[in-house]
Ligand binder design. Structure first.
Ligand code: ES4
Ligand code: ZN
Length: 326
């Protein structure tokens, strides 16, 4: 069986990672102090104790309030830099990272400070750590379609700093179709498209159908409920649409890692790979997610290598950069 050391040494891309989900308790305390914010928690253990949830709604109820410590361009820089260091240590050579601008602009933080801080971290990490990375702007699906459209217009002057757009937050009653206009506009401006179809959410398989047939996404985030419809599995295999799976996150959000579904899709030839989602909250970075899946599903060495290759194949690197890893 593949060892943890083998997994950590294997070059990998991470394609499903929320930068705001990398806020470790020690950084949260440090940023609160720097910004003069009084938190109810004074120690790492006390902050850790607030990172407690058992489904998507209870997770999001912890996740958004924690972001109040992020205020300045430097804060966003420090958050992304801390993640990129940990990722590089675990063999990540390339990361495509989600960020949630509406979670900050709605608190009065300028869009430019968010995107410039994150972008500056990607530039320095490439020079200092040899890791490449890019940014995916995610819309919060529980906010209005108008808010998403307005947020996208704010992003237009910064399109050189963004590789694609995504859709996250609470899926219930917020289908992909709600955001069709903004995703069409993003594609017309040359951006890649991806959307969360979270595990076992109400309407999951219908949302997967919408992202494939109506939106025309380049990837699907989570999306393992697709096994319920073999004809859709055929479509993603034929079109090479990547599925970004997050086993440890699954085990928090649905009490099931979905290991059988991940392995089935892998063996069916779907471009599925392993990611960490919100590693500070779920307690595992990308190598830890591979380890958890190996332990649960008894993956072979070939399976693990295939997952890592899929991570580059499903990435939005250009063909020349991809070829360097495959
Ligand atoms: C998320 Cl696990 C999950 N689901 C939906 N939206 C999210 N944002 C951050 N993590
Ligand atoms: Zn996610």
């Amino acid at each position: 069986a593949p060892t943890s050391a083998f997994i950590a040494g294997l070059p990998k891309a991470e394609l499903h990672l929320h930068l705001e989900g990398t806020l470790e308790p020690d950084l949260k305390l440090a940023l609160a102090q720097r910004n003069g914010i009084e938190l109810d928690q004074k120690t790492v253990a006390e902050v850790q104790a607030t990172y407690e949830f058992n489904d998507l709604a209870s997770f999001l109820a912890v996740y958004y309030p924690a972001m109040e410590v992020l205020r300045t361009e430097q804060d966003f820089y420090d958050l992304a830099t801390a993640y990129l260091r940990r990722a590089a240590d675990q063999g990540v050579r390339h990361a495509e990272m989600f960020f949630d601008p509406q979670a900050h602009t709605s608190r009065g933080v300028p869009f430019a400070d968010v995107v410039n801080g994150y972008h500056r971290a990607t530039v320095d990490a490439r020079a200092e750590l040899g890791i490449s990375s890019s940014l995916i702007l995610c819309f919060l699906r529980d906010m209005s379609a108008e808010s998403a459209a307005q947020t996208f217009e704010e992003a237009v002057p910064f399109l050189d700093l963004i590789v694609g757009v995504g859709l996250d937050s609470d899926e219930r009653d917020n289908p992909p179709r709600k955001f069709a206009d903004t995703f069409t506009r993003a594609r017309e401006l040359g951006l890649k498209l991806t959307m969360h179809c979270d595990i076992d959410q109400v309407g999951s398989i219908e949302h997967i159908r919408q992202v494939i047939e109506e939106i025309g996404v380049d990837r699907i985030d989570h999306g393992t409920n697709i096994v319920e419809d073999p004809s859709l599995v055929d479509v993603v295999r034929e079109r090479g649409i990547g599925l970004t799976s997050c086993p440890v996150s699954n085990s928090f959000v649905t009490s099931d890692m979905k290991a059988d579904e991940i392995v089935q899709l892998l063996h069916d030839g779907v471009k599925i790979m392993i990611n960490s989602d919100d590693p500070a909250y779920f307690g595992a970075y990308v190598a830890g997610n591979y380890d958890a899946l190996v332990e649960k599903a008894g993956l072979s060495l070939d399976d693990v290598v295939r997952l890592a290759k899929n991570s580059f194949e499903a990435s939005w690197l250009d063909d020349e950069a991809k070829a360097g890893y495959l």
